[in-house]
Design a protein around this ligand. Structure first.
Ligand code: SF4
Ligand code: SF4
Length: 643
């Protein structure tokens, strides 16, 4: 069947539930996390499959943020110590993207440290944006998982989301570790035809011996200082042994091509494995030809902890090992560690060659052409004048030297009708900061009255001002924050700014949804009147609620420091807030236009019956309407009065 990346991840808990039932196990499933590319629509896809999930005792609880989700998930593995007549264990899935993995660091460490219950398992679905297409940073989460001691499996195709996902569950159940599944954007956003079946993949549970005794996993949620050292020993000396044994028993790391005459070996994993195969295919070096050319190929499925035995066995008799991977040399460092101290040395290259010259790039991602350009010259040293490699490198050289006409740029902007068009407007001389969310487009919008000069990470809104304010001559700044971010994590920032005595206006852009990840509901969100009352208790000095429809608030129970203003009074309100000492809050009440249109199409909201018409016969083409509204749907046309 054809599966997209997200569909494969929806199918994963269903397939696991069916397998468990067939094996006579009554397991429940708990899924929690926070949306973000490349898993932005996972929660919505789960919601669409909700009736089917319920039939399989799969509970999906979207979390306020990723750290909350990870900690909630740790509870699923406490089951053995509590009455549980209905289920034997819980399989738990966490989902999120790079910033969420970082935010959840301590929770992931504690969860992994504590372990998984007898029939339980935890898999961390880690969406990785290597190219920073939709993130404030390019992300590589491998090091976060290494820090937490969490094993990492890396699928090479969308279909492997399902196969390695099931292996990850079995590995977690067998070893007691939480297991991460590294899901990169190119695969999560893609899809392919996948063979599915009740016994695919076949899973082997190994008998693991540690120091001559059968390995038995256990959980410990006490984390008591000193006593936790024994848990640390078990995690790294016993549970990781079980992880490696599982990977070997199920051939998750595989030597795909080898011959007795090999001189050079390639070690790669995940998407880079797929790119390497494509690059080799473009050289005319499919499997049999690769063997004839003396090139050995190892595909790694478990990238942490790396199986040193397999690496040593693979590298035996080779002159050189080339490690092909995106981002920093995560595999490469482990390969070098595995090969260090052998009687006969093997040259290992990856991020740099033997002269220290950069080889495979660290920054951004790679595709098969980038792999070919870097790998081809290395292989030519072992297969001189190889016609396939020479031809492909010449083709790529010609493509790279092409000159393209520069296309006119179009700066990204808000959707037509977006409330941010109004809410992010500033007074002359005002300075605003941004944060992740649709409103971050303000950083590339050139109009000074909408521009933001810097951003923070999600959850950092306003806090840099606490450090900067004591040393700058500037008295006040504006911090934009979406309602999604506010309820995700930034609410505490307002409390901290009050405590620090900062002069700052938080502009809460209340559009009702987590708009830039698919218009999810606000988990833990509060209606505006209740929010104003909460903010008053935090010590906010003054709150302005700005709306196109003040009548809606006629009977609202607002905080005593809050007032409602029509949009037309926005400038006056902003000025008064800026002049107020302390923390002030501006709330713009305007629904996300994109979601509003979706709901109108679905008949959930009335379709508007009032329209603005610009009469071309009297339009002077001055452009003022465009500057004021910032509306992308306004098309400039030549009129009789001006062009
Ligand atoms: S998705 Fe919604 S909030 Fe985001 S730019 Fe479009 S209208 Fe604005
Ligand atoms: S371009 Fe100027 S004259 Fe024409 S509709 Fe817009 S504001 Fe009015």
């Amino acid at each position: 069947m054809y599966l997209s990346g997200l569909q494969a991840l929806v199918r994963l808990p269903l397939d696991q539930s069916r397998r468990d039932r067939k094996a006579g196990l009554r397991t429940g499933t708990f899924i929690s996390g926070y949306p973000g590319s490349p898993l932005g629509g996972y929660d919505l896809a789960l919601q669409h499959a909700s009736p089917l999930l319920q039939q399989h005792d799969i509970v999906h609880v979207p979390a306020g943020n990723e750290e909350l989700a990870a900690t909630a998930i740790s509870g699923t593995q406490m089951l053995d110590a509590y009455p549980h007549s209905r289920v034997d264990g819980v399989v738990a899935l966490w989902y999120g993207k790079g910033p969420g993995v970082d935010r959840s660091g301590d929770a992931l460490k504690h969860g992994n440290f504590a372990g998984t219950s007898r029939h339980g398992a935890v898999v961390v679905l880690s969406g990785e944006d290597h190219e920073a297409k939709s993130s404030t940073m390019p992300y590589q989460d491998d090091y976060a998982f290494l820090s937490a001691g969490i094993p990492v499996l890396y699928p090479a195709s969308t279909g492997e989301f399902l196969a390695l996902g099931l292996h990850a569950i079995a590995m977690s159940r067998c070893s007691g570790c939480w297991v991460a599944l590294k899901l990169v954007g190119a695969l999560a956003d893609g899809g392919e035809t996948v063979e599915v079946g009740p016994d695919r993949p076949s899973i082997v549970i190994p008998e693991v011996m540690v120091d001559g005794r059968p390995f038995r996993k256990s959980t410990d949620f006490t984390f008591f200082p000193g006593l936790n050292i024994e848990t640390e020993r078990q995690l790294f000396y016993e549970r990781h042994q079980a992880v490696l044994a599982y990977a070997r028993a199920n051939r998750l790391d595989r030597v795909e091509v080898r011959s007795a005459r090999d001189r050079v070996g390639i070690i790669t994993a995940g998407k880079s494995y797929a790119d390497t195969l494509q690059a080799l295919g473009d050289f005319g070096l499919a499997a049999a030809a690769l063997g004839r050319a003396g090139v050995r190929l190892l595909r790694v499925g478990l990238i942490y902890p790396l199986d040193a035995e397999i690496i040593r066995e693979f590298a035996r008799d080779l002159e050189e090992v080339v490690v092909v991977e995106e981002k920093r040399g995560f595999l490469e460092a482990q390969v070098k560690e595995a090969l260090c101290g052998l009687p006969r040395g093997v040259r290992v290259v990856g991020k740099f060659d033997e002269r220290g010259v950069p080889l495979f790039p660290i920054q951004s991602g790679m595709d098969s052409d980038v792999v070919a350009e870097r790998l081809g010259p290395r292989l030519l040293a072992y297969a001189p004048e190889h016609p396939g490699i020479m031809k492909r490198l010449a083709e790529l050289g010609a493509i790279r030297s092409r000159r393209y006409e520069a296309l006119p740029g179009r700066t990204p902007n808000y959707c037509s009708g977006c409330p941010h068009n109004i809410s992010t407007r500033l007074l002359e001389g005002e300075l605003a900061w941004g944060s992740p969310g649709c409103h971050s487009f303000a950083s590339i919008i050139e109009q000074p009255e909408r521009h933001i000069v810097s951003m923070t990470q999600l959850g950092g809104e306003g806090l840099p001002w606490i450090g900067l304010a004591p040393f700058t001559d500037r008295r006040h700044i504006v911090q934009n924050v979406g309602d999604g971010s506010l309820f995700h994590s930034s609410y505490l920032n307002i409390r901290f700014c009050v405590a620090a005595g900062a002069n700052i206006t938080f502009k809460i852009l209340y559009n009702g949804y987590v708009a830039n990840t698919g218009a999810q509901e606000l988990v833990g969100g509060k209606p505006i009147p209740e929010l104003t009352r909460l903010l008053e208790t935090e010590g906010v000095k003054r709150i302005a609620v700005v709306t196109k429809d003040p009548k809606e608030y006629r009977t609202a129970d607002l905080a005593s420091v809050a007032r409602v203003y029509p949009v037309e009074e926005q400038d006056r309100v902003l000025k008064e807030l800026a002049e107020t000492e302390g923390v002030t809050v501006y709330i713009y009440d305007g629904v996300c236009a994109n979601e509003r249109r979706r709901r109108q199409k679905r008949g959930l909201l009335p379709v508007p019956n009032t329209f603005v018409v610009i009469n071309e016969e009297v339009c002077e083409n001055c452009g003022h309407c465009g500057a004021l509204t910032n509306c992308m749907s306004l098309q400039k046309v030549d009129t009789e009065l001006s062009s």
